[in-house]
Ligand binder design. Structure first.
Ligand SMILES: Nc1nc2c(ncn2[C@@H]2O[C@H](COP(=O)(O)OP(=O)(O)OP(=O)(O)O)[C@@H](O)[C@H]2O)c(=O)[nH]1
Ligand SMILES: [Mg+2]
Length: 500
């Protein structure tokens, strides 16, 4: 018997198959909470069973669709941007992206969540009935649950029903995506040392999420051993926690070295006087499609949440000969858990060094306004308030009255309407980017002494350098730079005047 864990979405191979049940083989996988779950039933011989019909192609793999049931809570005294039904429909989309089959959902209005079970006992019973009636295998909560709540709910629902929350689901999607992404990079041999920064972030976020929830593994041990392993289980949990802490330590070190490497790469990139523009926005807004249209890049763009995990940068050449670098980033989502905001922070270090943030909005989405607010909220946590912004209303081809939309956009001077798919409005977009880049800067000529090398690299990072000439006294530079740097350069500007 081989007990090496697989993960949901893994291709079935002999390594992971070890239960034989009649004509079916049951493969065992782990999900992001380390729960053991059956992932596939393969008919060896005989009739096609109902189970077999539940195979679905996901990320080009045949995976078994788990039946999922969604649960949300509407807080009575809190005004929330996303209504409960809207939030649940987004959760359903997330579940679908993760390869689950949503068979039902419910919600409850509460003043405050129940500390033991999150929802009230009446609702718990109602869900338990639904689980039996619909053969539910996974119950997904729309909010982050505590370790205790997860454990209690699993106990009450009984059997092999898994309970997980939005955070675990998002982590699961990120993991599946990161694995595919890295596998592809390795296959293509783009760079043998290539590591997806985001997959580091995600692994770290996942481990940090698991650490306080490890008691769940203990429940599994107990279940497997018929409930007679109390002392052993307790010891085991300590050992597991120590292993996990060690892994977190190793991962943090590796992450640090990848970040350093990327920073060096960015610094090299910044030695070319081209400003960097970053695309940010809600997941599925069309950021990658826009990058592809403008640069002919081949970034995966699809109608799934979190298609992009790693920042990709490409050069955009405008008709007037000007250039800028465009960076595509991972999309945001509402109710982004703290562990994941931290993960985003490392990945999005790239955007904190850009000259302009372009906020891409799917204006055809019924919740466009709420999505804008959710993105603004994450951005406010990322400390990028000093970077100028431009908003892009994308997917204008899908709205019912594009003319009215354009009029609305014209009334505001920070919005450009485009269709990244058809290419409509891209010239206006490039012009707006160029204006915005210049607008926010002042023209300086300065002589930067060699000992102020740091300042020079900052000018390259945040400004538009027209000329950099090395002289005996230092670097003579002509550039558009943000106002705050112009102030810092004042003494050097005087140096420059005395040079003439
Ligand atoms: N009709 C229409 N569809 C678009 C447009 N732009 C993007 N899409 C579609 O929207 C879906 C999402 O596009 P992506 O470019 O992957 O979105 P993204 O913002 O990169 O998404 P994440 O990487 O998940 O954050 C794809 O199916 C695109 O074809 C547009 O202008 N019009
Ligand atoms: Mg994308």
């Amino acid at each position: 018997m081989n007990t090496q864990p697989a993960y949901r979405g893994d291709v079935l191979d002999e390594e992971h198959v070890f239960f034989h049940r009649g004509t079916l083989l049951v493969a065992i996988a782990q999900d992001s909470c380390n729960n053991i779950i059956p992932i596939a039933f393969v008919v060896v011989e005989g009739e096609t069973s109902d189970a077999f019909k539940r195979f679905t192609s996901h990320n080009n793999k045949d995976v078994f669709e788990e039946k999922a049931y969604l649960v949300g809570v509407e807080r009575k005294n809190e005004v929330q941007d996303f209504g409960i039904e809207e939030s649940l429909s987004e959760l359903a989309q997330l579940a679908d992206t993760a390869g689950l089959l949503v068979v039902g959902s419910t919600y409850q209005k509460l003043t405050s969540p129940n500390p033991r079970t999150y929802i009230g006992s009446g609702k718990v019973s109602e869900i338990k009935s639904a689980i039996h009636a619909l053969d539910v295998e996974t119950v997904i909560f729309d909010d982050e649950l505590s370790a205790g709540q997860l454990r209690n709910l699993e106990k009450i629902f009984g059997g092999d029903v898994r309970v997980c929350d939005r955070t675990a689901l998002i982590l699961d999607i990120f993991n599946q995506r990161a694995a595919t992404h890295e596998a592809k990079q390795k296959k293509l041999l783009i760079s043998p040392n290539y590591k997806c920064l985001f997959s580091f972030d995600v692994s770290l976020a996942q481990m940090e999420y698991q650490l306080p929830r490890l008691t769940k593994m203990w429940t599994h041990l107990e279940r497997q051993a018929g409930g007679k392993v109390k002392g052993m289980g307790e010891k085991q949990i300590e050992v597991d926690k120590r292993i996990l802490r060690n892994q977190i330590g190793i991962l943090k070190k590796e992450l640090e070295s990848v970040r350093k490497h990327r920073k060096q790469y960015r610094n090299r990139r910044f030695s070319v006087p081209v400003p960097v523009v970053s695309l940010v926005g809600y997941t599925n807004a069309g950021k990658s499609t826009l990058l592809n249209q403008l640069t002919g890049a081949d970034v995966l763009a699809e109608d799934k949440l979190f298609a992009t995990l790693d920042p990709t940068t490409r050069r955009v050449q405008m008709k007037n000969g000007k250039e800028f670098l465009l960076t595509d980033t991972v999309g945001f989502i509402q109710k982004l858990p703290t562990t994941l905001v931290a993960a985003f922070r490392a990945t999005l270090e790239e955007i904190s060094e850009s000259s302009l943030l372009v906020h891409v909005v799917d204006i055809s989405h019924p919740l466009a306004e709420q999505q804008i607010n959710a993105v603004d909220k994450v951005l406010s946590e990322l400390d990028v308030s000093s970077i100028p912004r431009l908003m892009v209303w994308n997917k204008v081809d899908r709205v019912s009255d594009p003319q009215k939309l354009r009029l609305d956009a014209e009334k505001r001077d920070d919005v450009v309407c485009i269709s990244a798919l058809s290419g409509d409005g891209l010239q206006e977009f490039c012009n707006a980017v160029q204006d915005r880049l210049k607008d926010s800067m002042v023209w300086v000529e300065a002589l930067v002494p060699f000992e102020n090398g740091d300042l020079l690299s900052t000018i390259h990072q945040v400004g538009m350098v027209e000329k950099a000439e090395y002289t005996e006294q230092g670097t003579y530079i002509k550039a558009h730079v943000p106002l705050r740097f112009a102030r810092m350069l004042t003494p050097m500007r005087q140096l420059c005047v005395s040079r003439h």
